[in-house]
Design a protein. Structure first.
Length: 422
């Protein structure tokens, strides 16, 4: 008896993977803190920036995915193959610094959120989350791990629920998407830069490229530069996966901004520095249900984002030194890969025990990401247009124009950020 054809919906979800997980991981606890501050301080006035950032996110993440799937090698390995070694070393070093600081901020936010919900020591909760994330990432094989990450994305729906219980003036909220409420102030300019910095992050580039390689290995396929005739369906899958993932990420970010604008900003609470503070501030204004949903969302997104941050660092380090590294490998056969995951995660957790202010830590992570993002995006654009790397599947001129536009916007945002420091 023939097996029944899978439903259209099931076929659709089967095509989602690296792009969906990458997009969901973009809304990590540190990003939630940034978006909460934006909503609290400026209300709906910066909603338009998410309409601007969405196509930029899509094009640069699609470039990252194409590099992995077409060349069969990650971004760092392609830099090692085709460009000067000092460029590779600088990129990986900056990525490690930014990821460790980001891991510390995310784990600290998760620990603080659990302490708000259950009480106890936020520092101990932070350490517990770090250990749990390492054990899961090291202990599960890739297929199970990827499936777990897909299910973890459901935690982001908590922010849609918060919006539903908040009294959002939808006419004004939707108008702000297309009609900017611009303020000519340094704080407003910095908020725009912060949004771009949290939505277009270097660790996401490394992760999505590496996950395309993991998927290729899981399906026993060859890189598309070797089998270009198979490119059509794969390129369509990558585009769909990336569009859905980045769309999901953008909608969640907007939900957080709308929820905090309708509750915190509307009640005069404008100074939020962490996601846990945003959750706590919601309790007397929006009630215990909204508070609990917001706090649970922080923990859920952290469980998704922490492994992505540590995993992207591990892929970059192993590719830099030219050794094998994969979530599908046994720990004893990929010692450097799994050691990097464990060390970066636990180093990040330890930052919370030495008196580092998480808000300041995120600030400096943004500085490092600002230094890294635009040059790395430029290097990716060179790779994806390089026939030596991509074979016959170099990026089309039209898509390349969009990719360079995204790179230019990020470069301008970085310059504005550093000018604000002067």
């Amino acid at each position: 008896m023939d097996k029944p054809e899978p439903s259209r919906l099931r076929r659709f979800f089967s095509q989602l993977g690296p792009g969906l997980i990458t997009g969901a991981a973009d809304d990590d606890p540190s990003g939630i803190g940034t978006h909460s501050q934006v909503g609290a301080e400026f209300g709906y006035g910066l909603a338009w920036t998410f309409v601007l950032s969405f196509p930029l996110m899509v094009v640069i993440q699609e470039v990252a995915a194409l590099i992995g799937r077409v060349t069969g090698a990650g971004i760092a390995r392609n830099l090692r193959r085709h460009y000067p070694r000092p460029l590779l070393w600088s990129v990986v070093l900056l990525l490690l610094i930014a990821n460790i600081v980001n891991l510390g901020a995310d784990l600290g936010a998760m620990g603080a959120a659990l302490a708000l919900l259950l009480g106890g020591s936020s520092a101990l909760h932070t350490l517990m989350f770090g250990v749990v994330c390492v054990v899961i990432e090291v202990g599960l094989n890739y297929a199970r791990y990827a499936s777990l990450l897909k299910w973890t994305t459901l935690s982001l729906f908590s922010y849609f629920a918060v919006v539903m219980v908040a009294d959002v003036p939808w006419g004004r909220a939707l108008t702000a998407l297309v009609i900017p409420e611009i303020q000519w102030t340094p704080a407003y300019a910095m908020a725009v830069v912060a949004i771009l910095g949290t939505t277009i992050s270097p660790y996401l580039f490394f992760w999505q490229a590496a996950q395309e390689i993991e998927e290729q290995h899981r399906h026993h396929a060859k890189p598309l530069c070797i089998t270009p005739r198979e490119a059509g369906p794969e390129l369509k899958r990558i585009r769909l996966d990336t569009l859905v993932g980045m769309g999901f990420s953008t909608l969640v970010s907007l939900a957080i901004v709308y929820a905090t604008a309708a509750t915190l900003n509307a009640n005069g609470v404008t100074d939020i520095t962490t996601s846990a503070q945003a959750a706590e501030a919601l309790r007397p204004i929006a009630g215990p249900f909204a508070f609990a949903l917001f706090a649970l969302g922080i923990i859920g997104t952290g469980m998704l984002a922490v492994p992505v941050l540590a995993g992207s660092a591990a892929y970059a380090v192993t590719e830099m030194v030219g050794v094998a590294g994969s979530l599908d490998a046994k720990p004893l056969r990929a010692r450097l890969f799994y050691a990097t995951i464990a060390v970066t995660t636990l180093l990040g957790a330890s930052l919370n025990f030495i008196g580092i202010d998480p808000a300041k830590a995120l600030y400096w992570a943004a500085v490092v990401n600002g230094v890294l993002a635009a040059p790395l995006m430029a290097a990716m654009m060179l790779i994806v247009r390089n026939p030596l790397a991509m074979g016959r599947l170099t990026l089309s001129p039209g898509a390349a124009m969009l990719g360079w536009a995204a790179t230019g916007v990020m470069a301008v945002a970085t310059v504005v950020f550093f000018l604000s420091l002067i």
